[in-house]
Design a protein around this ligand. Structure first.
Ligand code: MF3
Ligand code: CO
Length: 260
């Protein structure tokens, strides 16, 4: 069942989303060559706890971190580790916070120092496709319209769309109905209604769309080991259209002219 949120519940969602946005801003300060993904996880974890919230990924189904760390070919669900970021890497950091009973979920893929034009274009296109999906998220449209907007935008530019992982409804639970895939046909799937809260999250590959799950049972990487990018916002449908509850603004403030 798709649970539609009341205006009061959406206000609580907004608070969780503001905190997760600020957390990404904190992470942005640490994304630099030599820093371990474990350090990034610790910084985020402490920031979330200091603000009276819970890092919802930590312990979720046994996940060992507060932050999913997606370096280069890792698509989603990478563990924080002693890996030291290197100049030229990209790293997606996917964070979920729970505050006063509601969740905010977002992801930003950062450049580590100077990155290649190829990686920049991959990240840029993935982020733009997120906004194409959000534009299609209107009352009366269907989930397939979001999916198709993302897919069309990325595939026309020569990238491929991961199919096994998708966005989702969000609220009192991190994962609620409906699933929000990043590929599909227009006019298919559940109808979008006012009060729906969705996490929209394109995962886009430079090479083929195929993925494998590592033996740790979590880490999802591209089969061809080519890079993958991932951006995510939590949105609420209000007065017929999607309002973005999370924001990349704290990230942009740190990255300044290095933002993607
Ligand atoms: N943003 C991810 C998602 O939407 C976070 C879940 S990862 C987990 O699925 F670690 F919490 F499982
Ligand atoms: Co999500």
């Amino acid at each position: 069942m798709i649970y539609l949120k009341t205006p009061e519940e959406i206000e609580l969602m907004r608070k969780a989303c503001a905190l997760v946005s600020d957390t990404l801003g904190e992470i942005a300060k640490w994304v630099t060559p030599g820093v371990t993904t474990q350090k990034i996880d610790t910084v985020a974890r402490e920031y979330i706890h200091d603000h009276g919230a819970t890092a919802a990924c930590l312990g979720y189904g046994g996940f060992p971190g507060a932050v999913c760390c997606e370096v280069n070919e890792v698509v989603v669900h990478g563990f924080p580790s002693n890996y030291q970021l290197r100049e030229g890497d990209i790293i997606g950091t996917d964070v979920v916070v729970a505050l006063d009973g509601f969740h905010g979920d977002m992801c930003y893929t950062f450049p580590v120092g100077e990155i290649s034009q190829e990686l920049y274009d991959l990240c840029r296109t993935t982020k733009e496709s997120l906004y194409k999906g959000i534009e299609a998220c209107k009352e009366g449209n269907r989930i397939g319209d979001i999916a198709n907007a993302v897919q069309t935008y990325c595939e026309h530019r020569g990238y491929s769309v991961v199919r096994e992982m998708c966005g989702h409804g969000i609220g009192k639970k991190m994962h609620e109905s409906p699933e929000v895939p990043n590929y599909g046909r227009r006019g298919t799937g559940p109808i979008i209604r006012n009060g729906m809260c969705l996490a929209i999250e394109p995962m886009i590959n430079l090479g083929s769309r195929n993925i494998v799950i590592e033996r740790d049972g979590w880490t999802c990487r591209t089969r061809d080991r080519k890079p993958s990018a991932h951006y995510e916002h939590t949105v609420a449908v209000i007065d017929g259209k999607a309002q973005i509850l999370t924001t990349f603004e704290p990230v942009y403030q740190v990255l300044q002219d290095r933002f993607i």
